[in-house]
Design a protein around this ligand. Structure first.
Ligand code: BG6
Length: 824
């Protein structure tokens, strides 16, 4: 009545405005109503994860969304009987909490509503799923609601996925126009193959856009802030976020808990699969990826992330250090009833050195580390910048926000640790960062707190205004369809492609034992050089693990000093690699002094990797500018293929040294867009190149390896190609993949001035013994045909020849056998 009165008195244009506003308001209200109904089905509703995080996350979603136009129903489902399930859920719902700033009365009211909307149901058979769908439909009809969508949250072990997925797909899809979202929890496979199988299976029930694979680290506030931070501080970071300025990146997750109670899971997965393959790798890609122009485009973020995965350089065994807390094996024996003799090889600690092959990050070490039973619980990503400044003033006068000499770092502090909450820290001498002021606030002074070597006051430090659990964040993102916070099938497989070869190569590796907690001391400290990572404290591997038996070098079987009538050097691997590298350098220097150039032919595979790295990092006097590098053999794959020997040479040596491009001679295995076709005459081309450039086709030094079947180069037993005759370079066939190879022939190898045979690994022990006894039988053991013949043949100990100042290298051959520690 009053309103009518006022309305009549208003001037005409005002009336129109008021009518328009009312209509807009009405339209808005209608639109809200039209948003529709969302059913959320939590599978595994009585499990641990549900109890600890998921119910609370669903409640938070309700608190955030209530009154915004959606209606909800929450179905807790499990295999538990209806009565037990109901009791369980009633208890969990009672304990749900509201944000601190919500009035208790309002909290109680909303919790009451949430309880009303939540119910338990026993869900096992396909009939149960059909009944669920019917009930949802009946509810919609009864209340006259439009369906917006259904979310199925799989908080169940992966073996149950397929059945549930089949049931949902066949009888629980929402009606037309409404969406379906299924949420999946890790593990998503065990390696590349199993992940692919699981993905294919799920892909037969759901579309990619319907699947939300959870990595809860993507919901941690500090992690979720990495891209927005990079975006909002583009101007300051543009010039800094690259290899010229970043010294290293550390991505760390330390835990104090151990694996007790979960060893049946842990035995199968271990720390790399449990944490590094997923959480830490996800974080790594957020730091390393190229920043899309529009970070709110999920599609762009995911695409850039995939590119980052693809730029990860393949890992070698030497890129990892592994540990296991001492009580672990005993826990496994107890929980899985294993015999007393059982010893697990599962790592509970891992440090990994990762590199990216792209212009932004080339050469920057990314250290990933995680472990159980460590001295503290903390997670962080630390980007440490190089410091090229010199400060003329006394250190006492250095001021945090002005001195360029103080450390410069940006830290995304994921949580726990000394700080006790998530945070973003930026050294004051870098720049004042911009963070969304609604959700991040400056950390109040804590004068005594030191982080990463500096007092907290040296940083601009921000923490979330309201701390949120990762699952609450992710559930909200699922509801809003923000796919960039989840793992797509492509990204998942890319991650497994990266990790699987390393996991395979480490399968039999013995992890270093550590006592656990503070007692670990410096036992797990590690350091890197080149692409290799090693524990800082050397310790001899246990030969025969027994009480107090520290093995001595003499406990290991050492091969005799003569081998096939020739001097044999056998020593601890590091020492021997060092000697071999020294010898190669001396040979190179001498060849360059005499002839102006040095022709070195190198084998591929993993054995020479430590040698290459030794040469790259310790031999600054090496005459690389006058060295020609040739390949002993090559696999018939494109040169950029990770299997290519040239690729290994590139990764471990070439990219670190300055060899003129025209002195590098890859084998022409890829011509006319095909691999090792006879008609392309690649072998003949290589032979001509050798004849043209290498005097007398005699390499100064050929580095060979030896296979477990006695093969050397790509010359295999029972395959005549290249064992004799006049051909210098041949196409051969290997019994193992890739089968097609190109190789220097035995006669060409034997023309070399010097040959070194490097044999690494305890797997080679038997063949090494065998070959030491056989005669000249290249058809059976091609290695036995290695007898350099140019000039006088003298087998000689390289160390002596050096020390004696002997200069007569031409015509000499040296055979160096590297024997690794034989762990029995
Ligand atoms: C899980 C791992 O994914 O993450 C656990 O399976 C690990 O082994 C946990 O303890 C750590 O998560 P948070 O959130 O406690 O850091």
């Amino acid at each position: 009545m009053l309103a009518q009165l006022y309305f009549k008195r208003l001037p005409g244009w005002w009336k129109m405005l008021v009518v328009a506003m009312c209509m807009a308001l009405l339209a808005c209200l209608q639109a809200q109503e039209l948003q529709g109904h969302v059913s959320i089905i939590l599978l595994g509703a009585t499990g641990d994860l549900a109890k600890k995080y998921l119910w609370q996350g669903l409640f938070q979603l309700y608190l955030d969304e209530v009154g915004k136009g959606y209606s909800f129903s929450f179905h807790g489902a499990a295999l538990t009987s209806t009565k037990q399930g109901q009791e369980f859920i009633a208890k969990v719902l009672e304990s749900l909490s509201c944000p601190e700033d919500m009035a208790p009365g309002r909290c109680a009211e909303l919790r009451g509503q949430f309880q009303q909307l939540s119910q338990y149901r026993h869900l096992r058979t396909s009939e149960d799923y059909m009944a669920l769908s019917k009930d949802i439909e009946a509810q919609l009809q009864h209340k006259g609601l439009q369906e917006a969508g259904r979310i199925f949250y799989f908080s169940v072990p992966p073996f149950a996925y397929a059945d549930i997925a089949r049931n949902i797909n066949s009888s629980c899809r929402p009606g037309p126009g409404a969406w379906l979202r299924v949420v999946l929890e890790k593990p998503f496979g065990h390696d590349r193959l199993s992940a692919q199988q699981l993905a294919t299976e799920l892909g037969s029930f759901f579309q990619e856009k319907e699947m939300y694979r959870v990595d809860h680290y993507l919901g941690k506030q500090a992690v979720a802030q990495i891209l927005p931070f990079r975006d909002q501080n583009r101007k300051a970071l543009d010039g800094l976020w690259n290899r010229h300025h970043v010294e290293r990146v550390e991505i760390i997750m330390k835990e104090t808990v151990d694996a007790e109670g979960r060893t049946s899971f842990y035995e199968e997965y271990g720390v790399i699969r449990d944490v590094l393959q997923n959480h830490l790798t996800e974080v790594l890609t957020l730091v390393a990826m190229e920043l899309p122009h529009n970070i709110s485009s999920s599609e762009a973020v995911l695409r850039h992330k995939l590119q980052a995965f693809r730029a990860l350089r393949g890992l070698q065994k030497g890129s990892a250090v592994l540990g296991q807390y001492q009580a672990y094996s005993e826990q496994v024996r107890r929980e899985q009833r294993k015999p007393d003799s059982f010893r697990s090889l599962t790592p509970t600690f891992a440090g990994i050195l990762v590199h990216m092959d792209n212009l932004r990050w080339e050469g920057v070490p990314f250290l990933l580390m995680s472990g159980k039973a460590l001295d503290e619980r903390v997670g962080y990503v630390r980007i440490l910048f190089r410091n090229q400044a010199y400060c003329a003033q006394n250190e006492k006068r250095w001021v945090a926000d002005q001195s360029q000499c103080l450390p410069r770092q940006i830290v995304f502090y994921i949580g726990h640790g000394e700080l006790g909450s998530p945070a973003v820290l930026v050294s004051r001498n870098l720049f004042r960062p911009s963070l969304p002021s609604k959700s991040w606030k400056e950390v109040e002074g804590r004068p005594r707190l030191h982080l990463f070597g500096r007092p907290l006051s040296d940083y601009y430090a921000y923490s979330p205004v309201r701390e949120q659990d990762a699952y609450s964040v992710l559930i909200s993102h699922i509801f809003h369809g923000r796919k960039d916070s989840f793992i797509t099938t492509e990204n998942l497989l890319a991650s497994w492609v990266f990790w699987t070869p390393l996991l395979d190569s480490l399968a039999h590796e013995v992890p270093r034992l550590y006592p656990g907690g503070a007692e670990n001391g410096h036992l797990l400290d590690f350091e890197f050089s080149g692409t290799q990572l090693r524990f800082s404290q050397q310790q001899l591997e246990q030969l025969v693990p027994g009480p107090g038996s520290a093995p001595k070098p003499s406990d290991f079987q050492v091969l005799q000093a003569k081998y096939r009538e020739s001097p044999l050097i056998s020593a601890w691997p590091e020492e021997l690699i060092a000697k071999l590298a020294e010898d190669i350098e001396a040979t190179a220097v001498r060849a360059v002094q005499r002839f102006g150039e040095f022709h070195l032919a190198l084998s591929g595979g993993s054995s020479p990797v430590p040698l290459f790295e030794q040469l790259a990092t310790r031999h600054y006097g090496f005459p690389w500018a006058h060295t020609h590098l040739w390949l002993v053999d090559e696999r018939c794959v494109p040169l950029r293929d990770p299997e290519s020997n040239f690729q290994g040479l590139q990764a471990h040596l070439l990219q670190h040294v300055r060899v003129p491009h025209y002195n590098v001679h890859p084998m022409p295995v890829h011509l006319h867009q095909r691999l090792c076709a006879e008609e392309d005459r690649g072998a003949q081309m290589y032979a001509s190149e050798i004849s043209a450039l290498v005097t007398n086709s005699s390499f100064d030094l050929v580095l060979l390896g030896m296979g477990m079947d006695g093969h050397t180069a790509s010359l295999f037993p029972q395959s005549p190609a290249g064992l004799e005759g006049t051909q210098l370079v041949v196409l051969t066939r290997s019994p193992s993949k890739p089968h097609e190879r190109m190789s220097l022939s035995l006669p060409l190898i034997n023309r070399a001035h010097k040959v070194a045979v490097l044999v690494m690994g305890r797997m080679k022990r038997e063949i090494t013994m065998l070959v030491s006894r056989v005669g000249h039988e290249p058809k059976k053991w091609p290695i036995s045909g290695v007898l350099p013949s140019s000039g006088q043949l003298v087998w000689k100990d390289p160390v002596k020849s050096f020390c004696d100042g002997d200069t007569s290298f031409v015509g000499r051959a040296v055979m160096e056998m590297v024997q690794t520690i034989q762990v029995l």
